[in-house]
Design a protein around this ligand. Structure first.
Ligand code: DGL
Length: 263
């Protein structure tokens, strides 16, 4: 059946990180209904090859389209950087995607650096590197891959101190560096802002303001739905959850993250 304005919006991430974008969507567009698909059985994507990320992503998005979604929200920076063109080329529904919030971070005045912390894949991918080059002073940006963070978040770890060993490793080369902003370039990281703040306090100097692209993405979704005359006048923020992982474990985590306080 062809999707209509009453059909749900499909939200995709490799795992539970996209719940941070879904929350923003639920708050900003409460008259929509949603289907969330987390590829938890295959996360993290960030340590995988480009071919693997593309084929896993396309499989998940085909599934959401087959469930009748009228639009797709790619709530995964890694998938966006890797294969947003292939997704758009294949799907005949509108596709909106999250991207690292480099622009607002680079607009912040200061003499310090902007740290862009993301998955290994994102920090290496051409689409992301091209975005970096479009910033006013690309050399102000330091790309820091953070392998390991997503694995722990997928296991349900959120305590700030539980990430100390990983941040000690990532930030060792930048001890005492002056940093104006830190871009959370992976949707999972929104749930561990306290761990980022703690790491900044232990290793860095400067404002270290945290940035993410979630609000901008959801505003773009609203705009795209309007432009395609697909905005739902009477949805009820209903969310159906699907996962490729252990349903009971991830449904519990999903529900907890929908309610979890984000600092
Ligand atoms: N949440 C994802 C992102 O925004 C990907 C994490 C992963 O699977 O490595 O990049």
């Amino acid at each position: 059946m062809h999707p209509s304005k009453h059909s749900p919006v499909g939200v995709f991430d490799s795992g539970v990180g996209g719940v941070s974008v879904l929350r923003e969507a639920l708050a900003y567009l409460p008259h929509e209904n949603y289907i969330y698909y987390g590829d938890n059985g295959n996360a993290p994507y960030g340590d995988r090859s480009e071919d693997e990320i593309t084929s896993l992503t396309l499989r998940c998005i085909r599934l959401l389209v087959a469930k009748g979604c009228k639009a797709i929200l790619v709530a995964c920076n890694t998938a966006t950087a890797n294969c947003i063109h292939s997704i758009r080329a294949e799907m005949d529904v509108p596709v909106v995607s999250v991207e690292p919030a480099l622009k607002p971070a680079c607009a912040q005045n200061g003499s310090g650096k902007v740290f862009m912390m993301a998955t290994l894949a994102t920090t290496r991918l051409e689409r992301y590197l091209a975005l970096q080059q479009r910033m006013p002073s690309p050399s102000r940006i330091v790309n820091i891959p953070c392998p390991g963070l997503v694995n722990r978040i997928e296991q349900g770890q959120f305590e700030a101190a539980a990430f100390d060993d990983l941040f000690d490793r990532y930030l060792a080369p930048y001890e005492g560096c002056e940093v104006d902003g830190i871009v959370l370039g992976c949707t999972h990281y929104i749930f561990i802002k306290d761990a980022f703040r703690r790491a900044a306090a232990r290793h860095l100097q400067g404002a270290c303001t945290l940035y993410d692209g979630n609000a901008g993405t959801v505003h773009q979704l609203a705009h795209v739905l309007q432009a395609h005359q697909l905005a739902n006048p009477n949805g009820s923020a209903q969310v159906d959850f699907y996962t490729s992982g252990d349903y009971d474990f991830y449904k519990k985590l999903f529900d907890a993250l929908l309610k979890r306080e984000i600092g």
